[in-house]
Design a protein around this ligand. Sequence first.
Ligand SMILES: Cc1ncc(COP(=O)(O)O)c(C=O)c1O
Length: 462
Amino acid sequence: MGVWRKRESTAEDLNLLPRFTRAGMVEVPRHRLPDHEMLPQTAYQIVLDEVMLDGNARFNLATFVTTWMDEEADRLYAATFDKNMIDKDEYPQTAEIESRCVRMLADLWHAPKASESVGTSTTGSSEGCMLAGLALKRRWQQARREAGKPTDRPNIVMGANVQVVWEKFANYWEVEPRYVPLEGNVFHLTADRLLDHVDENTIGVVAVLGSTMDGSYEPVQEICAALDEFETTSGISVPVHVDAASGGFVAPFVQPDLVWDFRLPRVVSIQASGHKFGLVYPGVGWVLWRDTVHLPEDLVFHVNYLGGDMPTFALNFSRPGAQVVLQYFQFLRLGREGFRLVQQTCQDVAVHVAQDLEAMPEFDVVSDGRELPVVTFSVSDAVTKFDVYDVSRKLRERGWLVPAYTMPPKRDDLAVLRVVVRNGFSHDMAELFLRDLHEAVDWLDNLAGPMPREEQPSSFHH
Ligand SMILES: Cc1ncc(COP(=O)(O)O)c(C=O)c1O
């Protein structure tokens, strides 16, 4: 029997044992609490070794979420990971930093009075969408009640390309989701097909700045103009929420002339993911309302803050404060010019990747990174030996994680691959990726016959 099985060993003896000969290493309990303690180093090694089986985050071209920050941010993270965002009284400076970030974003997104802006950090865009959707629903209910009209059939209108969070919102808060189907080669909501779906029960329209499917921007200004026209003819005013999960941190720097934000009076709220192009590690998002009028007071709860009153609107109670601190770090570290440089570089890399793909007869480029730095491409009709799923699997052999999925209903005949270019996917890495992609395609092209077919996943929610 190995020496590690002696329970009478002291912690000191265990410390002497070579790491991979210790008890915990032999039988790792996976589905129940172990009977005994183990040294922290042993537990650390076991868990670290197991998560090594995950994909390498830097090769993850599927995610929109930040995988690289400056070393100083890593240190700041380690220094602040014990802060609870809800403890405003105990951590007043973190609360102050959150308010500063809200004001900075209000200014960036042209809120009419940035200094009086209302907004909050969230765990990510999903919580921001839930809160913004709830505010839309509550305002619609209040207006209907005041007018003596029924409130039992609210609906929300959006393109079929919306991220799964909006399906969740509609399901959890009992709002009828009205998806405007895709048509032709435009893979998002457009103004001309919107009004058929809008009526007096519409709590709002969601316009997406940076579709998850292909990185394209929905024409927020045109959508608002169509709703202006609708109001003129029907007397019904339908507000717009902009889901700027990714675009909220890209458009202000790379497409500053694009009008999509609070400059449009019909835009009542905007949410974005701090952890996507806000350049912070996972766990932070932001939601802002154009003014207090659009955030119904009865949704706001009050917590004690320095003996005073701090309004909060959130689904969670406790959540990490460190990511909010990191967001502030990025705002100070980069400033407008730094953000512009980072996002412009991502776009340059994306456009370069798209151009390389355009030159390959095997692929058709669907989006070329000129809106969000996202490239989507399909396998050309002429290719018979392989499909997008084969390419995705082949790239995995080299560690690259590139998702393959079909477009939403009405265009689910089209299957694509998607590359999200984020800070850290440098020109040099892009060259390595393209080299591997060319090799993967050569290998597939040279097969004696087509790849064997198996059933493919029908959709992908990222
Ligand atoms: C357009 C859009 N909205 C919402 C979300 C959900 O964001 P989060 O992951 O920050 O909750 C995503 C995520 O990819 C997205 O792309």
